[in-house]
Design a protein around this ligand. Structure first.
Ligand code: AMP
Length: 417
């Protein structure tokens, strides 16, 4: 079933959204992107004459009630965004009466799902090495099913619009779907958009395809790097990874971030790229700093000749040109992870140059997908989010989808699990 083909009139819909919004110390929302992202789905259901039960997690309360992570703090913001009153259920597993009392057009927001360990379905307070772990895990999986069944009992139809958690098999993101038949479960609009964007990258590749992978470490990106090697024409690796590659090739990297146990892996990637005919583009020069702070002293140097006590915090001018060339000619672009420590304005120029090149390629007809926490923060910082084709709300979920993994949240609805 698709959300466009379903008439919610007179129905109660339980919708999993990602309202895990950042809050300041007073509980005020500092970025409401995720709330805005879910509005098309929520508004469609209300406009049809349906009643809404909205559920989400916030933060990592690890199965315990934590008032600092209560969704009651965002109730008024959700009401304002929807333009209608929002009721609140202070215990997500005891909301049957509140759900039953809902009339068409009314909205009920459930308390943080992760106040219950059943949401994530991982046993708490027991070590993986403990001989009793397997039994505890099995028991928790049973409790997870019961928890999902309770949530399902509130509604006639289930909608999943939380792409950010689609790579998790949690009660509200996947297990709950088993309690609805195929005509009464569907992806929301945000989820559909995300899935289409990934499809565009994976099945509709217009060449050349350039991927830019940045961020801090090779180790966390290796899965996606190896996978992309099968697909891309140009693979730009930047950010902190640069120095592991530079050292692996015999360079001196000073005190730059470097994974000494990944030097062989770096050489492996270089060899694989060569064997597959992938143009691997690595930084040649960098902006080195004498301290990890915005107003540190800096010098431009080769990534393979960084003085003792200095560390590379951004790409240098030659590298900016090199990267821009590989980006500007591309017809498909994926960007994940900054080129430098973009949080410091003085080391954001490299990431800005990457973003500018992507914007230019997009204006010339390329499809560009930007995703994964920090690169999204980057395009937002530069005010360029509306000048790329698609900015994904998913971090881990996006990378797993691009790696070609089936996401449990999507499989649970489409039935291809
Ligand atoms: P990740 O979460 O792995 O995508 O990494 C993102 C983080 O990598 C950002 O906070 C950047 O500041 C950081 N980063 C990027 N380049 C460097 C670098 N050269 N040295 C240290 N950290 C970096």
């Amino acid at each position: 079933m698709t959300i466009d083909n379903f008439n919610f009139s007179g129905k109660k819909a339980i919708v999993r959204v990602d309202f895990n919004v950042p809050l300041d110390e007073n509980g005020h929302i500092t970025d409401d992107t995720r709330i805005r992202g879910a509005l098309p789905t929520l508004k469609k259901i209300l406009a049809d004459g349906g009643a809404l039960i909205v559920m989400s997690h916030m933060g990592k309360p690890k199965g315990k009630v934590n008032p600092k992570l209560s969704l009651s703090q965002i109730k008024d913001a959700v009401a304002t965004a929807l333009g209608t009153e929002v009721k609140f259920a202070p215990d997500c597993a005891k909301a049957a009466d509140a759900a039953a009392a809902l009339k068409p057009g009314e909205v009920l927001l459930l308390e943080n799902l992760r106040f219950y360990p059943e949401e994530e379905g991982k046993p708490v307070g027991i070590d993986k090495e403990d001989p009793a772990y397997d039994a505890a895990k099995k028991e928790m999986k049973e409790r997870q099913k019961e928890f999902a069944k309770t949530l399902a009992s509130y509604a006639d139809v289930y909608v999943n619009d939380a792409f950010g958690t689609a790579h998790r098999r949690h009660a509200s993101t996947a297990v709950i779907a088993d309690f609805f038949d195929a005509d009464h479960k569907m992806l929301g609009y945000l989820m559909e958009k995300e899935v289409n964007a990934v499809d565009n990258i994976l099945s509709n590749i217009r060449r050349p395809f350039t991927a830019i992978m940045g961020g801090s470490k090779v180790s966390t990106k290796i899965g996606i790097i190896e996978n992309l090697m099968e697909k891309v024409d140009n693979l730009i690796l930047c950010g902190g990874m640069t120095y592991t590659f530079a050292k692996a090739q015999g360079g001196k990297v000073g005190k730059s971030i470097c994974e000494d146990d990944k030097l062989d892996l770096a050489l492996d990637i270089i060899a694989k790229a060569k064997a597959k005919g992938v143009n691997l583009v690595l930084a040649t020069d960098c902006v080195a700093a004498d301290d990890f702070k915005n107003d540190a002293n800096t010098q431009i140097c080769s990534v393979k000749d960084i003085p003792e006590g200095w560390e590379g915090l951004d790409i240098g001018p030659d590298t900016m040109k090199l990267f821009a060339e590989a980006i500007k000619g591309a017809k498909t672009i994926l960007w994940n992870g900054p080129a430098g420590v973009f949080e410091f304005d003085n080391f954001a120029k490299g990431s800005r140059a990457v973003a500018d090149a992507i914007v230019e390629a997009t204006a010339n007809g390329a499809f560009s997908l930007v995703g994964g926490g920090d690169s999204v923060a980057c395009v937002n910082k530069f005010g360029l989010a509306d000048k790329v084709s698609y900015v994904s709300t998913g971090g881990g979920a996006l990378l797993e989808a691009i790696e070609g993994k089936v996401l449990p949240g999507i499989a649970a609805i489409r039935g291809d699990k």
